[in-house]
Design a protein around this ligand. Structure first.
Ligand code: 1ZZ
Length: 552
């Protein structure tokens, strides 16, 4: 990886490779030479303090210092563990888990976070130095040669989202990184003149492995803005794409929804999105109506329908697995009753149906669908667990024995006409009255029917075979009677699907549904909180928890 980066730095030293934009203003840039020098200086400093193969946590604010820290780790032969700065209690607990599991030797950060992280380390009585790498002196005479590395040398440990349990450290080698970048380069047509970027956090694989590293190795530049700016003012993302002529920018489905709902015509007047060749959509279930709404809403400012690029990927594959690429989204109209029985079949003229998006063909990886219990490969059209094998697939998890030949993803899906359709996470499926339902479908249906839930998160799970429970955030001011009406309406909406009965509906304040650091709903955690009485509900329709408050 480092050789690939240094070759580009030597060939094109003065070209800007990284830009950080805060609230629409360019805050900082680095040329290829500046990045190389800062990383070599920091890497040399790290080499004097740590041994090759030591793990260090990269705990930076959004900005360019993270990227310098990461390349410095490649230089020093340290294993980089990107993590978010801890905010809320459960994020602090997660960081504590990652420190313990990885056996990290240090936390690398930037000066503004030194004191906060130092206090956190002291509070937990950890013997862990917290080091700021952004103000180190850069002197040529101190530079040391980079550590040796081969394709199998571990470069990064990427902790998984932890949607269904404690985070696990995925081992990502130099070979895995290069394979992933090269597949992305060819699939998305990235050239030395391509700019990538957006607001996806650097500690999430979609930000680091999907935007930052492909831009550094194969593209011209990466432009970064903060997720907070995007969430407060979504139009700033589109402005970033327009101003920097970004060709590839990725986000989960919810972000495209947010743009369609929140951006006004005035905010995007004068923008031209025709440069956006790949609006990558992945990391959570992709909704056909989201793509249609976004495309219709922004076509007048140059957004092309074929630019919508559904993708499937995961940390265990370094990132990227499959996409429909440049041809635009394909929606299969499927029979939902067959899906509940584990079959993916196009719907007939009559009967319940919904659109399911194709994630396209796997690129440079072998993907197969197996029976989750017997592990026997299944024919096309049968839903089973997705397994992967190939050059960017991780050798396994930190501290565990090497993974099997085909790595299980924990996701369910099926092939149809050679294309992969992802139906949901295996551990989250709802087994209800002999059928298999997907929580995100039920939550989505409730949001469509109840405008009070629009744009908010929900979590559906079962507490036993027949007790189906939905927790949902709600925003606004409602009396207890109004909340009761909304909850009763939700029970009726769910009941429109024959045989589905909600045993309980719990309404929570916005933020009441836990998400992973990459924004995925933590349904397993929400189920535990529900059963353990750990929720602070606004309203409970029935079931074991007592409301603590009545008005939103
Ligand atoms: P993570 C040039 N999931 O979320 C840019 N895709 O990883 C190329 N569920 O390990 C970028 N439908 O945190 C290519 N389509 O979680 C980007 O997320 C490719 O449950 C997508 O196991 C990157 C996603 C990265 C990511 C992985 C889990 C998966 C699956 C879920 C991902 C999905 C999807 C439904 C999809």
């Amino acid at each position: 990886m480092l050789q690939a980066l240094r070759r580009r730095a030597a060939a094109d030293p003065d070209r800007v490779v990284l830009r950080f934009v805060e609230d629409g203003r360019e805050d900082r840039t680095l040329t290829r030479h500046e990045l190389d020098l800062a990383a070599a200086a920091t890497g040399s400093w790290l080499r004097e303090r740590f041994a090759v193969g030591d793990r260090v946590l990269l705990t930076y604010s959004f900005g360019l210092d993270f990227v310098v820290g990461l390349v410095a780790c490649l230089h020093a032969g340290l294993i980089a563990v990107p993590v978010p700065l801890p905010g809320r209690d459960h994020e602090r607990r997660r960081l504590r888990c990652v420190v313990a599991d990885s056996g990290a030797c240090a936390l690398l950060t930037d000066t503004p976070n030194l004191v906060g992280l130092g206090d956190w380390v002291d509070d937990h009585a950890l013997e862990l130095p917290v080091l700021a790498t952004d103000r180190l002196p850069v002197r040529d005479q101190d530079l040391r040669p980079p550590a040796d590395a081969g394709p199998d040398t571990v470069a990064v440990i990427q902790y998984t989202s932890g949607t269904t349990g404690d985070p696990k450290g995925v081992l990502v080698s130099h070979g895995n990184l290069l394979h992933n970048v090269d597949t992305i380069r060819r699939t998305f047509g990235i050239t030395e003149n391509s700019t990538l970027g957006g607001w996806i956090p650097h500690y999430h694989d979609m930000g680091l492995m999907g935007q930052i590293l492909p831009a550094l190795i194969a593209g011209e530049a990466c432009v970064l803005m903060t997720p907070t700016s995007f969430l407060r003012r979504p139009h700033q993302w589109l402005e970033l794409v327009h101003r920097h002529r970004i060709e590839v920018s990725a986000a989960p489905n919810f972000a495209y929804d947010l743009c369609s709902r929140r951006i006004t015509d005035e905010q995007v007047a004068g923008l031209d999105l025709s440069c956006w060749r790949h609006a990558v959509n992945g990391a959570e279930p992709i909704r056909p109506e989201t793509l249609a709404a976004f495309t219709a809403r922004f076509a007048p400012i140059g957004f092309r329908a074929a630019a919508m690029t559904p993708c499937y990927g995961l940390a265990e594959a370094t990132l990227f697995v499959a996409t429909t690429g440049s041809r635009g989204p394909t929606v299969l109209d499927i029979d939902t009753q067959h899906l509940e029985r584990g079959e993916l079949r196009p719907a007939g003229a009559l009967g319940p149906r919904r659109g399911l998006l194709s994630c396209g063909r796997p690129r440079d990886l072998a993907v197969r669908i197996v029976d989750p219990v017997t592990h026997q490969p299944l024919p096309d059209g049968q839903v089973g667990e997705i397994q992967i094998r190939g050059g960017s697939v991780s050798a396994g998890y930190w501290g565990a024995r090497p993974g099997p030949d085909h790595l299980p993803t924990g996701d369910l899906g099926a092939f149809h006409d050679g294309e992969l359709y992802v139906t949901g996470r295996r551990a989250e499926t709802l087994s209800h009255r002999g059928r298999t339902l997907y929580p995100h479908d039920l939550e989505h249906e409730l949001r469509l029917a109840h405008p009070e839930l629009t744009g908010l998160a929900g979590a559906a799970f079962t507490v036993d075979e027949d007790a189906l429970v939905v927790l949902h955030e709600i925003k606004g001011t409602f009396t207890a009677a109004e909340l009761a009406l909304i909850a009763a309406g939700m029970v009726r909406t769910a009941g429109r699907t024959p045989g589905v009965a909600l045993a309980d509906v719990v309404l929570l304040r916005p933020g009441g549904i836990r998400r992973t650091t990459s924004g995925k709903i933590q349904r397993t955690t929400m189920r535990e909180l529900y059963l353990g009485g750990g929720l602070a509900p606004l309203y409970v329709h029935g079931g074991p928890v007592e409301p603590t408050d009545v008005a939103a």
